[in-house]
Every structure is written in C-alpha cells, then in structure tokens.
Design a protein. Structure first.
Length: 479
C-alpha cells in the first residue's frame, strides 16, 4: 500500500503565506493606457514558480485604471495583465506604493512615463536598453544559426554576440555599483553567476586541483544576493536559482544539503516570506526525494526548525505531521544501527537478525500479493545464488502477510532459500514502526555490525553497491 501524504498541499501552504495577517498600510497604483478598450485589468505578482492575482482595477472609459487598497502591498516584481489575461508589462513595487504609470498600446515599455518611483524609472530605462541590445544581437544570432559548422564566419558572429552581451553585463554591473542597496540591484544579483577563475590552484604535491572551479562556484553562488530582502520571493528568478543551487552545486549528500540550508536560512528574516518559502520548498523537495539518504534532511528540519517554533506560520496539524513522519524515519537513517528483529521462520523457530554472522545482510520486506514483489523476487534470488559466498551476504526476508501457508507456498515456488521470517509473528516490536514499512517491496542493506549502509535499492544494484562499499572500506583502512 502507498504511504498517505502527511502534509497539506503546497497550494494550501502558499495561501497561508500569502494571506496571513500583515501590518496595515495602503497603496495606490494609477495606470493610464492610451488606446486601451479593456473594461478591467489585473495586478498579479510572482511567488516562487507561481503567479497570483493581487488586485483588480476597472476602467473609467478612458484607459485609466487605479489599484488602491488600505492594506500593505508586499514588494516585488508585479505584472499588469489585460482583460484577456495577457501580460501588458512588469513593474517594481519597491521604493514607493504610490505610483503613476502612463503609456500606450503601441509600445508599453518604450512609451512608459513614470511618476512617484525613481527605481521604476531606472527599471524601464533598463528594459529599453535591453530591448535595443536584443534588436542588435538578433541578426547575428540568426546568421550564426544559418551557418555551416565549418564556416569561417562563425568566430566573427560569435565575437559580435559576445561584444553585445558584454554591454548588457557592463550595464548591470554599473547599476549595481551605483545603486548597491536597491531592489533592482538585488534582482540583477539573482541573475548573475559567479565568475569562476580561469587558473586552477595547485595542491601540495604540485598537481592542479580540478575540483576548485566547482568549489568556488558553490562558495560564491550567492555573493551578489541580499537574502534579507523579502521582495526576492516575488520575482520569477529566485525559485530557479534556489533549485539550481541545490541540484547543481550542493549535490545529493544529506549533510551538505543541511549545511547550505542553514547557510541560506540564517541570512533571512524568520518572519518573512522568503524564509517561509525556502524552508517549505526544501522540506517538500527532500521529503519527496527518491534519493537514498535524503530522509535525514527531513529529520534535521524537524529537529531544528519545525520542533523549535521556527515555522510558526504553519498550521499546528501540519507541524505535528512533520514531526511524526520524521520520528518514523529516524530509526532507519543511514549510519544508524538497525533495530533488531526476532521473528518466527517457516518452521516456527525464532530467527534473530543480530545473530546473522555475514559481512552483509540484505533485509527484504515483501508480500505474496504484491505485484512489484513478484517482479523483484526472481532478481533477488538470482543475486543470492550468485553472490552469497563471494560477497559474504545473507538475505533476511520478512513476509508481511499473516497467512503462513500462503507464505510457505510462495517461498517454495520461487526458490527463496533465504532466512525467511513472518513479520506479524515477532518477539520484537512492530516492524512497521521500527522500519517505517508502509509499502512493499523494501530493501535495506546492513554491514556486519548491523549498521544501515543503504536502503531502497533494487536487486540489480546490490553487487555493485556492496563491492564498492568493500573497496571504500579497504582503501580507507590502508590510509
């Protein structure tokens, strides 16, 4: 059976973020669009990888629209949307909540006039500059795509494109130096990647450190971003930069994931939306991960954030569900000693997991009526027959069905010459709780000391994993 989802949907949680009580304030955004015939336009904002409706404004018949409320409008990048739900233009809510924007349908950006917001004036200057550069670079890109790969003209057009791209980079760099504390500078910082040094550093033995560019990239990934600025969550860039960081720079090691999660969250306002989104997004990401060892991330989040009141915006039931799920996974984290099982075998004799003398033990939880088990068991039998002696491995197979007759029949039919025990007939505590078993098949690998070294592998992966584990242990013993 499948594990029930214990968390509220992300949509529900985002609603808690977006509509939680905020300090009372007010805003007034007046938009005039010459030539517009729409009776209504909409104000929308980004939030993570989604967009949300923020307000609605009705026309007075002359293309004039006013968004106005006596409440706070959170800062960020906002979108004016027409009656057909098409984007008209984007603008910033940052230095002012009283803004006038006037343009026409011929070209919203080129003809935009701004009153009441210096940063929006600079933002539209940037958009116009960027648009001009795009017009300049497009013919070169089109020409480059049309050339044969051996053409002598390729380097010419690439140099032209690089020159124009450098103009754009220089424009942003200059802006960030001139207005270092502005929201737009921080937005540019989200887009900017660290410049990786061309020269590799030397190691003590004189060889070049080939991992240096990767480590530099990871260490300087957030150099140009002020993570205390909650406006970043209302941009279309932050969630992508966050995911890229964890997927491409941080990697899959649970301890490294935990380290960099702390690194980011410690720079954020614990009551702010950027913190809330980041913590919840990473919780969902690693709760749903199929990568071995990532359950340690959820346990860490539970112990260091959710159980310590650092997610006060969440419903108490959600927090309790997270704590409960983390506790279920706690006893079977990689590196932890496996909980002992003493169960009856097919002859009603007690078999003790901890008394298996092999270097490796594969625990296999299965059910005779499980379709995936029917596919996996022949592969496990093949592994056992081929590697039990060479790798010194034993299989401790736990049948989850209470019907002993059915279990014996299946074992005989499939030639399962393992240590076969019946899960419900046990002297130890319920294996469901001890090993968080709520679906089958599940495979867990133990070393000689009955420490968990892997889990949720498939039979085809066992020979390589165990061989690599042996090699790793031998190499480190030599050192």
């Amino acid at each position: 059976m499948n594990k029930k989802r214990l968390f509220l949907s992300l949509f529900t949680i985002l609603n808690l973020f977006l509509f939680a009580q905020a300090p009372k304030d007010s805003y007034k955004i007046e938009i005039k669009i010459k030539g517009s015939t729409d009776s209504v336009i909409y104000l929308a904002n980004y939030y993570g990888d989604k967009t949300y409706l923020a307000d609605t404004a009705y026309s007075n018949g002359k293309g004039n629209y006013t968004f106005q409320k006596d409440e706070e409008l959170q800062g960020g990048l906002y979108i004016a949307v027409d009656q057909q739900k098409h984007t008209l233009f984007e603008f910033l809510v940052s230095d002012s909540r009283n803004i006038k924007l006037e343009t026409n349908k011929e070209n919203y950006i080129a003809n935009m006039k701004i009153n009441g917001s210096d940063e929006n004036q600079r933002f539209f200057d940037y958009l116009r500059f960027s648009g001009d550069l795009y017009k300049n670079v497009k013919p070169f890109n089109d020409k480059l795509r049309s050339l044969d790969k051996d053409s002598d003209s390729i380097s010419f057009y690439r140099n032209k494109i690089q020159s124009i791209n450098k103009e754009m980079m220089d424009y942003k760099e200059n802006y960030m130096e001139t207005y270092p504390n502005s929201f737009l500078s921080n937005f540019f910082g989200l887009i900017k990647d660290p410049a990786i040094p061309d020269t590799l550093i030397s190691l003590a033995d004189g060889s070049k450190d080939s991992s240096y560019p990767y480590r530099y990239y990871k260490a300087h990934y957030w150099d140009y971003v002020d993570l205390s600025d909650n406006k970043l969550i209302r941009t279309p860039i932050y969630h992508t930069k966050l995911d890229n960081f964890f997927e491409k720079a941080v990697g899959n090691n649970a301890d490294t994931i935990i380290h960099y999660t702390d690194f980011l969250l410690n720079q954020m306002d614990e009551t702010g939306d950027l913190y809330k989104f980041t913590l919840w997004h990473l919780t969902i990401k690693y709760d749903e991960s199929k990568i071995m060892g990532h359950d340690a991330v959820l346990v860490y989040f539970s112990d260091n954030y959710f159980s310590k009141g650092k997610a006060a915006w969440l419903d108490e039931t959600v927090v309790e569900n997270i704590l409960t799920e983390a506790d279920k996974r706690r006893s079977t984290l990689i590196g932890q000693p496996a909980p002992n099982l003493i169960m009856l075998d097919t002859n009603l004799q007690a078999e003790n997991l901890y008394e298996i003398p092999s270097d490796f033990t594969v625990m296999f939880f299965w059910d005779p009526s499980c379709g995936h088990c029917k596919d996996e068991i022949p592969k496990l039998v093949d592994f056992y027959n081929n590697y039990t002696d060479s790798l010194d491995v034993q299989v401790f197979a736990v049948c989850t069905d209470t019907n002993m007759k059915k279990m014996k029949k299946y074992i005989k039919k499939r030639n399962m010459n393992f240590i076969n025990v019946n899960g419900p007939r046990a002297y130890t505590a319920d294996y469901h709780d001890l090993y968080n078993i709520f679906s089958t098949p599940v495979m867990i690998v133990l070393d000689r000391d009955k420490t968990i070294i892997a889990k949720r592998l498939m039979s085809e992966q066992l020979p390589e994993f165990i061989s690599n584990h042996i090699k790793y242990f031998q190499d480190n013993t030599k050192k």
